[in-house]
Ligand binder design. Sequence first.
Ligand code: PMP
Length: 452
Amino acid sequence: MVKTVANDVHTLIEQDKKHYIHPTSSPKLQQEEGTPLIFTSGEGVYANSKDGKRYFDGLSMLWNVNIGHGRKELATAAYEQMTQMAYASSFKGYSNEPAIKLAEKLASISPGDLNAVFYTSGGSESNDTAFKLARFYWAQKNKPKKRKIIALENAYHGVTIGAQTATAIPLFHNFSESGIADVLHAKAHITACENGDKNDPDYESSIRATIEREGADSIAAVILEPVQGSGGVYIPPAGYLEAVRALCDEHEILFIADEVICGFGRTGKMFSVEHWGVTPDMMSIAKGISSGYAQLGGVMVNDAIHTVINEYDGVLAHGFTYSGHPTACAVALKNIEILENEKIVEHTAQMEKELLAQLKKLEEKHAHVANSRSIGMLAAFEVVKNAETGERFAEDVAPAVKVVDECFERQLILRALGPNRDVIAIAPPLTITKEEIAEMISIIDEALTASF
Ligand code: PMP
């Protein structure tokens, strides 16, 4: 007997409930209420759902669809590569053309001497790879005791077990407490301390004090997101990245920049470290590398690390089946070509001014809106009890969740973040126009009015 497959929304919701375990979701809620959305198609900043609605994708899904939805050129690139050779192994030194060409391209667009890439399938794998490479590097340099990784409070680096240990958002430790050894956390963004000001009240929790306490000879690397993303979109103060770079140089510690969200134009530069003229020793990349059209990530390494790798006469026993995936690399090449040819990074920097101006208007109009900020199309504002005094709502109020729900009712997708759930993140596709920014802001405006 032929089994018929029903394709209506209700059947799909039931099948979803029965068989699909969702990542970073609330299973019980999902069982009770069913999936809130089944996406079917998209174009530009819009994403369509199975029930016939059109949503404004104010977060580029997971901060990754940088060139917007529905770009057929990427499908063509995937088709052409797939019909030639969809997949090929990169183990044992085997190679393939898209992986080689993309590596060359990445070297040409990365800052400083970040000239070689180790491919992964996403951001978490990239950070785990960076940690392993840092420890490998120091072991090869006859400093095997340099093993510790310093990450920042409120950081998000992913969910594989190494990356999760570096992630400091408590929610991600509820699921599974176990982590890797030798990962420490320091307080974020205290420039004076990193510059050596011991009078700062936060000194003891700074990166500098952590290095002094633990001993530089035990520390392999410092990892940070140049702009913290999932923690709540925190742009570092002037001088911070430079201070961390100098601190790492002073103590012979590798500096890993997690550009998983920030990279590929998101902040109005190809890579966000360019804003501060800083070159890290390693740079984790993913998301915007392919605008989400294929699963791909990587770690860019500088010449010193690359040399140590090249001089190793054993087997570099680290690699994923999908490291250097030809189809994913072909898609990424086309994606970067579009970013460059259409001057999307420059456009993003222009649109930042527009978005900031509109957010300021929201601040002027709504008594609960404060601290709006944006770097490129990586933006946020806070929902506070009193914008004038800066008083926050109590932790259990989670005011941003309410506003985000009201936005969703009006078919705008945003995300509530931050330790107090009072930050609303905005990160639309970089191709967004002035008119689309106005559309998005007017929905937020209505949602705020409905919330309070
Ligand atoms: N690093 C950062 C800064 C991220 O934002 C993310 C994902 N949101 C990751 C790493 C993990 O990437 P993935 O989900 O692709 O493993």
